[in-house]
Design a protein around this ligand. Structure first.
Ligand code: FAD
Ligand code: SF4
Ligand code: SF4
Length: 1021
């Protein structure tokens, strides 16, 4: 650290910051080359300077976009230090980054973005006895807590983004969780930070009284400032728990409702908490852990009016005592949205009484369950005293509580999925006001929204007076001026009620300019001096916190008024996204009226709001390629951003056909995990089809592409040469040749052709007319894979259906041409949409009469059958396609439905017991369509069935993906994430997997033969 410099006044510091920023912007082209070269030759990290990489790191979960000079992914903390030295020499600013989930633009900026989340994420030390842990900044909160669980400990700053947020990012933003009333914010739970100052010195920030050297010198300077500004601090500083703006100058003069340290000492690490990467680069953090509470109970209080809910929060908090851990708001809009969701409706119905205008989820936690239950009794009494007897629903058991918390989170996601250019925008979403003013504040702000023709849905942390609300604004039209107008009125309210304007998500670009407003010029100048002490060269995130730009500077926005989409004729129907919405009512216009030059495709892509939910590793499918690579490029968010950049011309004139887009799409296995798991429903599998259509139109199809796509067309002929074609699996030389010439991995066997297959074997099945007239009719749709390669599955399904008493017809073309009916999946996967449409048309023509009569069309291969319910509706086949989709069911869906209706008694009587355990792997598309549970239901028809579901993401084979030599390794890594270890762990179990490629992957990776559920059932007959 340099010897402390004479203090500059704030204006000088501002000027210096401005100059550094401008200089880099101007010189970035020249400097970028040298920066990239030095990083590449001196560090072991990844150096990403391509247009697409920089574009992917130009945004976070805010409305802003600033393209950085480059991106650096350090492999070690040593790399971070080297990058810092290089940047200092070249005068390139640094923007530190974790998960990039900041809502206010903290992680966007000119300079070098350093992404700590991929590698710099080790747990360095855990001291269970003293309940502390030392971690690297890139570790994700959920991952840390998973490791701590076995010790009965957790890190209790439970942000909603716990599956993505890194500890470095959480410290950067002074993040706060739902349970902050009990545990406080980040600042209350950080014990120490090791960080590099701008000159490259590693400083240890901890208890002031123990600190030495440059850290102590900084502390003393800040202490002197705090002393000098004592009256100013006392009068200007918000006296609430949730204040995260500016720097924590009040460590020396506590203003927070909850002192930063339990013993009143000063901790210099707290200066860095909330500094948003503007003061130093964090190398490690020492955290205060907490014991995991043994029990939780919940009281759900129903309110007739929103105002009453807000007014009651203060009384609930007063009554709550130390065991109160959360008071969370869910308003009428969210209740309604949740009730529209079939999965959530029963849970919500169990929590509401009548039609409340709002509910508060009041949670008590601790080790003594009876005592917690008594607290709920007290809550009931309190509500009676407040004039609301009988308003509390008690939830004492863990499971219903968990489900209700899930609904609270999902409700927000549904809100964010509003289609059209108007979006709920965060900029006043976390103002904190003292609880006694909460009702008046929310009421007044609602009026402000109304005045500006918008509305907001309220949710979150009533316990601490921080309610989230995002008015709907269209940033491409009048969003920016409206944003400022609303911000000004909101700030006046915050001042009136003596609150904090920035109460949870940080300052970033949208609240930076309000820091001086909040604290006044003198404290703001002290902040500038703190910045100067740490970072005299303005190396760390210049123009943030100090000298920030205007919040409504549209040059810094992702969707400025000048934003343009390149006109595009799409292959698929994206019209449902091509809409606009009314911000006051949230009603959307008719499909196709949104004015999108890409006919809705651009708007579908823009549904990604960068919240980063796809960066997750827990249950669910999304996103397998990210899970193995941890690369932003191979993440749903990264792909959506790449597509957005391409569609808006920010990747050059090739648009969708550019190599950058191809690279981002390359590892997308089209698992549809995002279609289900992404809060805004970004459906990358469908987008990949659209992309491939355009890309291949320009670059052409390879022989491999054609062989894969046209498989259904030549399968019948090829099966006549089964023995010859299967030689490829027996003669290594042929496999090698196949890899060289075609690109199929020699390390894999290919599916075995069958000379005698389902389609050339006679079956006793019904004709079209017979099935149409039958009492128990069903149509079996046999796909290419189960027809030509694994016909035993189709035979098994036929056997089961007939044993259950159904009249079965095998779906055939209306005009027989020697070929089978095909859903078009292989064509779609290759981007050949026109050919897929022709196939699908045949399917619709053939199956429509059955569908119209309500006869189920049952399929075995999830990716084929579910094509009928998904893509077939987007290729311009009209309402007939919808009718067929409505009739299309997977084999188990059909049987589960029939069993429920009492139609399978005969089958049940025939099934013999099974005394082996069954391990079930759901195909990704089954997961995406939430149709895994019918498989379990149907397997349970077998007496003695013990079925365990593998918590797996995609198997990694994904159609032809895993067979391709270029994808073999990634494919195996995906399988090794959870599926193959789970299979190996149960050597005696029968493995059930309905997907043909899943079975192949299990065979290749675990040398075990998985079977289709139909085969298992048929085997028990
Ligand atoms: C849907 C949604 C819900 C959210 N819910 C919450 C919530 O409940 N509570 C809450 O507090 N926030 C919430 N947030 C905001 C955000 O998720 C949190 O602030 C989170 O802690 C940020 O973590 P991150 O790893 O994504 O950090 P990033 O966004 O990557 O970075 C955050 C800040 O930390 C700095 N930083 C990162 N690493 C370092 C380092 N090594 N050295 C120095 N500075 C560093 C960055 O420069 C930046 O200023 C939410 C956001 C979204 C999108
Ligand atoms: S793809 Fe979906 S989950 Fe991922 S960042 Fe975008 S909106 Fe969020
Ligand atoms: S389809 Fe699957 S692999 Fe592709 S982006 Fe979505 S979750 Fe990731």
């Amino acid at each position: 650290m340099n010897a402390p410099l004479p203090m500059k006044v704030a204006s000088e510091v501002k000027q210096a910051a401005g100059q550094a920023y401008e200089a880099v912007s101007r010189a970035s082209n020249e400097v970028a080359g040298r920066l990239a070269q030095q990083l590449a030759s001196n560090t072991t990290g990844e150096v990403l300077f391509s247009r697409a990489d920089r574009g992917r790191y130009a945004t976070d979960a805010s409305i802003y976009q600033v393209v950085p000079t480059g991106v650096f992914i350090p492999r070690t903390t040593g790399d971070v230090k080297l990058a810092l030295d290089i940047c200092r020499d070249l005068k390139v600013p640094i923007v530190a980054r974790g998960g990039g989930t900041s809502q206010c633009g903290q992680t966007v900026g000119a300079g070098l973005v350093i992404d700590h989340s991929k590698h710099v994420r080790n747990i360095l030390h855990v001291d269970a006895a003293n309940r502390t842990a030392q971690v690297e900044p890139g570790i994700v909160l959920d991952h840390l807590n998973a490791a701590l669980k076995k010790l009965g400990l957790w890190y209790p700053v439970d942000v909603s983004t716990s599956a993505q947020a890194t500890l470095g990012g959480m410290a950067g933003n002074n993040s706060c969780g739902s349970r902050s009333i009990a545990y406080g914010n980040m600042v209350h739970n950080v014990l120490g930070i090791e960080a590099w100052s701008a000159d490259g010195q590693l400083l240890d920030f901890g208890r002031f009284e123990h600190s030495t050297g440059p850290a102590r010198a900084i502390g003393e300077r800040v202490q002197a400032m705090a002393a000098l500004l004592a009256p100013e601090i006392d009068s200007r500083w918000p006296k609430v728990l949730r204040r995260v703006a500016g720097y924590n100058l009040d460590i020396f003069r506590n203003q927070n409702e909850k002192p930063y340290t339990a013993d009143g000492s000063v901790n210099l690490a707290h200066l860095l908490v909330g500094s948003e990467g503007t003061l130093a680069l964090t190398k490690s953090l020492t955290l205060q852990l907490a014991p995991l509470p043994t029990h939780k109970v919940l009281g759900v209080v129903n309110f007739p009016t929103f105002y009453k809910a807000m007014d009651s929060a203060q009384h609930i908090v007063k009554m709550g005592g130390p065991s109160l851990t959360a008071v969370e708001l869910v308003d009428r809009t969210m209740i309604d949205l949740s009730l529209q969701n079939p999965a959530f409706a029963p849970i919500v119905r169990g929590a509401v009484i009548g039609q409340p205008d709002a509910v508060l989820l009041v949670e008590f936690s601790g080790d003594d369950k009876p005592a917690l239950v008594r607290k709920v009794d007290e809550l009931v009494e309190l509500m009676g005293e407040l004039g609301l007897p009988g308003s509390v629903v008690r939830m004492v058991d863990a499971e219903p509580q968990r489900k209700l918390w899930d609904v609270r989170k999902a409700g927000l996601n549904i809100m964010m999925s509003l289609k059209g250019d108007g979006k709920p925008v965060s900029f006043i979403e976390d103002c904190a006001v003292p609880l006694e003013h909460l009702a008046e504040y929310t009421d007044a702000l609602t009026q402000v929204f109304r005045k500006h023709g918008s509305k907001g849905t309220w949710y979150a942390h009533a316990s601490v007076g921080t309610l989230h609300v995002r008015p709907i604004l269209d940033m491409r039209t009048d969003g920016a001026p409206k944003m400022r107008a609303i911000a000004e009125e909101a700030s006046a309210l915050v001042r009136k009620y003596k609150g904090a304007y920035s109460g949870e998500h940080g300052d970033g670009l949208c609240r930076g300019e309000w820091i001086e407003w909040q604290f006044g010029p003198k404290i703001n100048e002290a902040f500038a001096q703190i910045k100067q002490l740490f970072d005299p060269q303005q190396l760390f995130a210049p123009n943030r916190i100090i000298n920030p730009p205007r919040m409504d500077d549209t040059r810094l926005m992702r969707f400025p008024p000048r934003y343009k989409v390149i006109p595009l004729k799409t292959a698929l129907d994206w019209q449902p996204w091509d809409v606009q919405n009314d911000p006051a009512t949230e009603r959307t216009s008719a499909p196709g009226t949104g004015g999108d030059p890409a006919h809705g495709f651009a708007k579908a892509v823009e549904m990604c709001n960068n919240n980063g939910h796809c960066r997750k590793f827990d249950a669910g499918t999304m996103c397998p390629s990210y899970r193995v690579t941890r690369d932003e490029q191979h993440l749903t968010r990264g792909r959506a951003n790449t597509l957005r950049l391409a569609l808006s011309g920010q990747l050059g004139s090739d648009g969708l056909a550019s190599e950058e887009v191809a690279q981002a799409m390359d590892l997308c296995v089209s698992c549809k995990g995002c279609k289900r798991d992404c809060p805004t429903g970004v459906d990358m599998a469908k987008m990949k089809i659209e992309f491939l259509h355009h890309y291949k139109a320009k670059h052409g199809y390879t022989l491999k592409d054609r062989l894969i796509a046209r498989l259904p067309d030549y399968a019948a002929h090829a099966s006549g040469f089964a023995w010859l074609l299967n030689l490829r699996n027996r003669v290594p030389l042929l496999a090698s040749l196949g890899e060289k010439l075609l690109g199929f991995s020699a390390r894999r066997s290919l599916p075995e052709w069958q000379g005698t297959h389902f389609f050339n074997t006679p079956h006793k099945t019904a004709t079209r007319d017979e099935v149409l007239a039958a009492a128990k009719p069903v149509v079996l749709f046999v796909d290419t894979f189960n027809g030509f390669f694994e016909s035993a599955n189709a035979q098994a399904a036929l056997k089961v259906l007939q044993a259950a008493g159904y009249t079965v017809h095998i779906a055939q073309k209306l005009q027989a041409d020697g070929k089978h009916l095909c859903c078009g999946r292989t064509y779609l996967s290759s981007g050949m949409v026109d050919e897929a449409r022709a196939k699908a048309r045949e399917v619709v023509d053939s199956l429509l009469p059955f569908a119209r009569k309500g006869i189920a069309v049952v399929g075995l291969e999830p990716s084929c059958l579910l094509t009928l319910r998904d893509e077939m509706l987007s290729i311009g086949l009209g309402t007939d396609a919808q009718a067929v989709a409505d009739a299309a069911l997977l084999f188990e869906e059909f049987l589960a439905r029939e069993a429920k209706a009492g139609h399978l008694e005969a089958l049940k009587a025939k099934l013999r017991p099974l005394d082996r355990q069954v391990l079930l792997h759901g195909h990704c598309h089954q997961k995406a369509f939430a149709v895994v549970s019918p498989i379990i239901d149907v397997l349970q028809l077998v007496p003695g069935m013990q079925c365990e579901l593998v918590e797996s993401s995609c198997c990694g084979m994904a159609g032809s993906f895993g067979y391709e030599a270029s994808h073999h390794d990634v494919s195996m890594q995906m399988a090794e994430l959870s599926l193959l270890p789970a299979v190996r762990a149960k050597p005696g179990a029968i493995v059930v997997a309905d997907g043909t490629s899943c079975r192949h992957q299990i065979h290749d990776g675990a040398q075990r033969e998985a079977i289709h559920a139909a085969v298992l059932l048929a085997g028990q007959l």
